[in-house]
Design a protein around this ligand. Structure first.
Ligand code: B1M
Length: 210
């Protein structure tokens, strides 16, 4: 691992926002691709934060400050990952489902979709099924549902059922993702597709609206 990446990784683990910002900028200035900084620095470190939480070494406050540090790094990468000026290829309403407050992955997917030319309606976190229904009534052609908790995954199914009940299911494609979500689960609840990460979410979104 090269030095700025190591510092970024450690900065996220320590929740040291300043160190993350300084080293993300240093990595970019040194010519490192933004995608590498994201994957090998920020995302890799957040994976370890999750492991430390599971092992009982980190608690919610540590997760929160790690997330804040990661977001500070992402803010620097965002303009580099989002290549603007492209004609919208589709309009996506994206949100983290009801009961779930995790937004880093959802934001990353939104950012990458925007970079690929999609218009984004970001509904935020803890999004109730009727909010997705309202967005579809407003004219989005793709709905993106994110869930990070096994306990909130059923809200994905509830959202699809709400679209169905509103008579809108055949007017919109639904893609789902998030750490505990699988392709099998997508099939089970009648989603149109599942993507394991942000770049595959772009490929999937293009194929769904194409
Ligand atoms: Co939470 N948390 N958390 N947490 N948290 C997890 C998810 C957990 C796995 C940690 C663990 O135990 N190892 C665990 C869930 C266990 C489970 O459900 N089985 C957990 C828990 C238990 C909790 C609380 C219940 C803790 C508590 O209060 N006791 C609580 C729940 C709050 C709530 O939501 N109601 C909670 C709270 C929090 C914080 C607020 C402290 C913070 C979130 C801050 C924020 O998001 N603003 C937090 C964090 C940071 C995590 C971990 C450590 C990191 C999540 C993250 O940002 N990853 C996480 C552990 C982990 O996932 N390893 C954990 C980085 C991000 C880039 O990855 O979100 O997976 P990810 O997104 C990826 C892909 O999944 C995919 O693309 C993204 C980019 O590649 N993807 C999509 C995501 N959405 C997609 C949508 C798509 C397509 C792809 O299409 C639409």
């Amino acid at each position: 691992m090269e030095s700025p990446l190591k510092e970024i990784y450690q900065g996220v683990l320590d929740g040291d926002m300043g160190a993350v910002q300084t080293n993300v900028q240093a990595a970019i200035d040194a010519g490192m691709p933004a995608g590498d900084v994201l994957q090998s620095g920020l995302i890799a470190a957040m994976g370890e934060v999750g492991q430390l939480f599971e092992d009982g070494e980190y608690f919610v406050p540590e997760m929160l400050i790690a997330a804040r540090a990661m977001k500070a790094g992402l803010a620097i990468l965002q303009p580099l990952l989002v290549d603007s000026g492209v004609e919208p290829v589709g309009k996506v309403a994206i949100g983290t489902v009801k009961g779930d407050l995790h937004d880093i992955g959802k934001n990353l997917v939104a950012m990458m979709l925007e970079g690929a030319g999609f218009e984004i309606v970001d509904l935020g976190t803890d999004v109730a099924p009727d909010q997705f229904v309202a967005a579809v009534k407003d004219g989005v052609n793709l709905v993106g549902l994110s869930a990070l908790l096994t306990t909130t995954m059923p809200s994905m199914a509830t959202t699809i059922q709400a679209l169905d009940a509103a008579g809108l299911r055949d007017k919109v494609k639904v893609m789902i993702g998030g750490a505990p979500v699988t392709a099998e689960y997508a099939r089970q609840i009648g989603a149109d597709g599942f993507a394991p990460d942000a770049s595959q979410a772009v490929t999937l979104a293009k194929s769904l609206v194409g």
